[in-house]
Structures are given as structure tokens and as C-alpha cells.
Design a protein around this ligand. Sequence first.
Ligand code: FAD
Ligand code: MLT
Ligand code: ZN
Length: 468
Amino acid sequence: MTHLLSDLRAAIGDAHVLTDPADLSPYAADWRGAYRGTPLAVVRPASTSEVAEVVRLAHAAGVAIVPQGGNTGMCGGAIPSGDGSQLVLSLGRLRQVREVDAAGGTITVEAGVILADVQAAAQAVDRLFPLSLGAEGSCTVGGNIATNAGGTAVLRYGMMRSLVLGLEVVLPDGRVWDGLRSLRKDNTGYDLTQLFIGAEGTLGIVTAAVLTLHPATPARATAWVALPSVAAAATLLPLLREYAAERLTTWELVSRPALELVLAAGLADPLASDAEWFGLIEIAGPAGASVDDDLERALAAAVEAGLVLDAAVAGSPAQRSGLWALRERVSEAQESLGPTIKHDVSVPITSLDDLVARLGPALESALPGIRPIVYGHVGDGNLHYNLSRPASLSGDHFVAQAAMLSTIVHDCTVELGGSISAEHGLGSGKAAAAAAYKSDVEVDLMRAVKNALDPAGLMNPGKVLAPD
Ligand code: FAD
Ligand code: MLT
Ligand code: ZN
């Protein structure tokens, strides 16, 4: 091991091979402190060739690698095991925007570029990079690709996999695959680009990507609405589309307990409504687009149909940010209640109501006083059905019941034809659960892919596919 560490130091410089426990600690746990590990070392290469050299050395030494971007992930994918045997490879120094092609509608960036910086680089040439999520100020493009991130504009633009045209990947043996193409059409065999997207670092390390840019949407109309029910939220989607068509960008849901958390954290309530469910709507278009009219007409029709009880429309950029914060700050605000047991489920949108109606009573009878904090991307049929402890129960006792509680949530989701991970991925936290709901055929195929690309099993082991 000493030999490997000295080779790594020779390859990327002493300052970028961290072994001191104080230096390791920011990389050893996720942002919530829900997953903790012990890195053998943290390596911080600065270029694709340095990443390749690190991987080659680790492969020769039989040492496993855990890629890490912004460490904002939800299921422990970027955290090493606890036995001190795995290297964390941070992509944080691969920060170059290599090319912006406004005419061709592409941007080529390195894996460690922060998502907000990609958005800003697109905006600088009057284009839009539409992936948007609460962690955009700290998550990285590499992490977004590895988790196939979703967020609040999926309804219109799709998930990360629909925004990636090409990739550069360091393979588990240290070879580099240069797939940095910007083609919209390329039917030359298996789609390797898509294979690496959503693989959570288990098939290779993404070092750069060609991403799609969209036309800018400076005209934005945003509303916060009070809803009579979850069923109304589902019914509202086609109605909103009738008025806004493809300009409907965001349709998000927030339950009253979730709203109360962000209000307690200091945000202002735009509606003094006693409703149990709320939503955030955004319609966006090019300069001069009639988005305000579209929103107004859609809301009038929704009120008329009894689908919306009350609405507040943003009249300024500051008000718009205020409405967005009511949705985007929930995740962070929930941490004030102690450890969160997170669920990131999706069902057909017409089954959301059923899911919520079944889970509340089932969880309450399993653990009286449990506090579900429910919110999410209702337009995508994706709910964050996150659980906080009963006030009388300690965090440790609550977390000890996670498997039992998650089984209730996941069983019900799967019975309704849903998925136990809509956007966060599996990491180490949900790998075993996912395998339990997949057929043997599907698990076999996944293992075959893993074994073909990483026969030594050194690339983020234990993530996505639980150990046998
Ligand atoms: P990390 O957490 O560092 O890593 C995530 C996974 O990707 C790990 O398995 C890691 O090994 C792998 N990985 C990282 N970089 C690479 C690379 N270059 N090559 C190969 N593998 C790599 N997610 C959503 O999808 N939608 C949301 O709406 C959303 N909202 C969030 C809100 C908040 C407040 C927070 C804190 C997080 C949210 N997330 C959301 C989760 C998280 O931000 C995303 O999963 C994000 O894509 C992770 O990016 P990261 O750079 O932090 O990756
Ligand atoms: C979000 O959409 O805010 C996050 O993905 C949800 C979460 O933190 O569980
Ligand atoms: Zn989400």
C-alpha cells in the first residue's frame, strides 16, 4: 500500500494525495452524515490523463476506487467502505469548460464543473442548460451524469441522460474511451454513452461530457398554489399543458408538513391557506412569450374546475425566488427534525393519490407518531416520501427501523407499478432493495454488464449491485 501511495504521489503530486485524517474527513461522509466510511486516501487528479494514471496504478495494486464529485448524493454512492481499503477519487480539480458552441447548441465540460457554472456558461451565450436541482451550487456534472440526475425541469427537458451527447470515460483498467461526440444522430452500435449514465461510477469514471444547450427562456411565469388533494395535483397536469403546452417547465408538490418546515426556517408564506397540499408551477418561454397570460388562463380554469383553491403569482424576480425557495429548501429543512429516512419513489401519476392514501396509515400503524414529509416532482410521478422520527423517539432508534419502514414504502410503490428510485440512484443504501424487486433476469444482465467492463470489481464496489 505504501508503494501505491508513493506511486500516486509521483503521478499527481504530494499535495493531491491526502492521507491525514483531518484532510480525509470531508470526503469520508455524505452531506447528511447518513453514510460514513474510511478512505485509504483521497486522490485529487487535475486532468483526464492524471485520472487514467491513478486508475491504472490502483488497478495494478488491486485497490478499489470510489469516484466523488460534489458529495451531494442521497444514497451513499460516493462514500467508501469502512475498512480503509478504498481510494476516494475526487473529480473536484477537473473544472474546465472546454468549449461552448452556441450555434451548434452544445457545451463541453469536465466532470468536476459545478452544475450552476454550466448553467451560467450557457446563459452567457444566451442559451439554457436546463438541469436544475436544489444542490446545483455544489453538485458536479460528473455526479449528475453518474446518477442520471432529475430535478425540477424534467417535465420539459427530461433527465440528465437526455441532455448528454457524448462522454469521455476512464475505464476500470485505466484506458480512456474518447466518446466526446456532439452528434444528434449516431446509430453505430451499442449506445455506450447511455450505458455510463446512471451507472453511479461502477463502470468507469466520467472525466468530461458534451451536453445539449436549449434556447434561453427569459420569460417566466411562476405560481404557488393551494390544492384540495393529491388527486387534483395529478389532474392538473393535463390542464396546465392545455394552456402552456411544452412551455410548462415545472410542476412540483409540497405537503403541509413540508411547507411548515421551510416556514419555520424563516421563509414567508405567500398564501394564508389551511390546505394540506401545495404546488409550484412555472411556465417559461423566449423573450416576449405570453407566459403570464398562459398562466393566468390556466389558473382560472383550474380554480373553475375545483383543482386549485388559491394561488399566488410572482410579480417580481424576488417574489419568484421566494416561491421557489418554498420547494427547494424542504430537503435541507427536514434535517432539523433529526435523521431522515429518504424515499425517492415514482408511480404512474394517476396512482400518486393511492400511494399517499395507503402509506400514511400503514406507516402510522408501524410506528405511531412518525412524521412523513412528502414533496416532489409531481409532474413526473416522483415523490420524495421522506420520514422523520416521532418526537418521542431518538434518532438512533428511528434509524434502526429504517429497513422495516422502507419495506412498507417500497412494497406499496412496487404494487402500484412504481420504482423505488426515481432519480437519486441506488448507491450502497438501496442496492439490495432494488435487487429484491427486480427479476433474476434483470439482475443477471446488470451483473453481466458490470463483469464485462470491470472484471476485477474495483470500480465503486458494492454500489448499484449489492455484494452477492
Ligand atoms: P456525488 O454525490 O459526489 O456522487 C454521486 C454518485 O456519482 C456516486 O456514486 C459517485 O461515485 C458517482 N460519481 C460522481 N462523480 C463521478 C464521475 N465523474 N464519474 C463517475 N461516477 C461519479 N438529485 C436529483 O436527481 N434531483 C433533485 O431534485 C435533487 N435535489 C437535491 C437537493 C439537495 C438539497 C441535495 C443536497 C441533493 C439533491 N439531489 C437531487 C441529489 C444530488 O444532488 C444528485 O444526485 C447529484 O447528481 C449528485 O452530484 P454530485 O456531484 O454531488 O455527486
Ligand atoms: C429534492 O427534490 O428536493 C430532493 O431530490 C429530495 C430529497 O432531498 O430527498
Ligand atoms: Zn428530487
